[in-house]
Ligand binder design. Structure first.
Ligand code: NI
Length: 175
């Protein structure tokens, strides 16, 4: 397994539209394993392939708090390949979001709290489920990445530019 470099704003590669995964192969599963390793190390709870420079419709999520039992972190890995959201509730709920590609910045975003989605898992099996709560929020955030959209795009221009300036400043100070 390997840690992959995570692209950060304003990298234009984050704005690519991801293309469907044609077939779930060993190569796909290797990428998934590397993405989980990268996400856990960051640490984060969701990662889309485009964030590691692979513009394919593939994302991984693990909402599990990093609680440790007997020395091993408890994991709940979920894989979404070619996910499609085809129904959502009219009710939006606010949730404070962050993103590994928008380091150390958080802001409230409104999204539907209940969705129906279809996707393939790492074995090519089809899923079709209603998803609610935090998983619905994170899945919608990650699916935005497949369209080249970041959570800051849901904010006002003023807030978005403030966040981008803060990141540029932090990067300058670290350099
Ligand atoms: Ni993100």
């Amino acid at each position: 397994m390997a840690l992959l470099p995570i692209l950060e704003v304003p990298d234009p590669r984050l704005r690519q539209i991801s293309t469907p995964v044609e077939a779930v192969t060993d190569e796909t599963r290797q990428l998934i394993a590397d993405m989980f390793e990268t996400m856990y190390a960051a640490p984060g709870i969701g990662l889309a392939a485009v964030q590691v420079g692979v513009p394919k419709r593939l994302l991984v999520i693990d909402l599990q708090e990093p609680e440790v039992e007997e020395g091993e972190p408890v994991r709940d890995p979920r894989v979404f390949i070619n996910p499609e959201l085809y129904e959502h509730s009219d009710q939006d709920v606010p949730y404070t979001e962050g993103c590994l590609s928008v380091p150390d910045q958080y802001a409230e975003v409104d999204r539907p709290d209940r969705i129906r989605a279809r996707w393939l898992d790492e074995n090519g099996q089809q899923h079709d489920e209603e998803i609610t709560g935090m998983l619905a929020v994170v899945l919608q955030h990650e699916m935005d990445h497949l369209e080249g959209v970041l959570f800051i795009d849901h904010l006002s221009r003023l807030k978005r530019e403030m966040i981008l300036r803060k990141i540029a400043k932090a990067r300058k100070q670290a350099a």
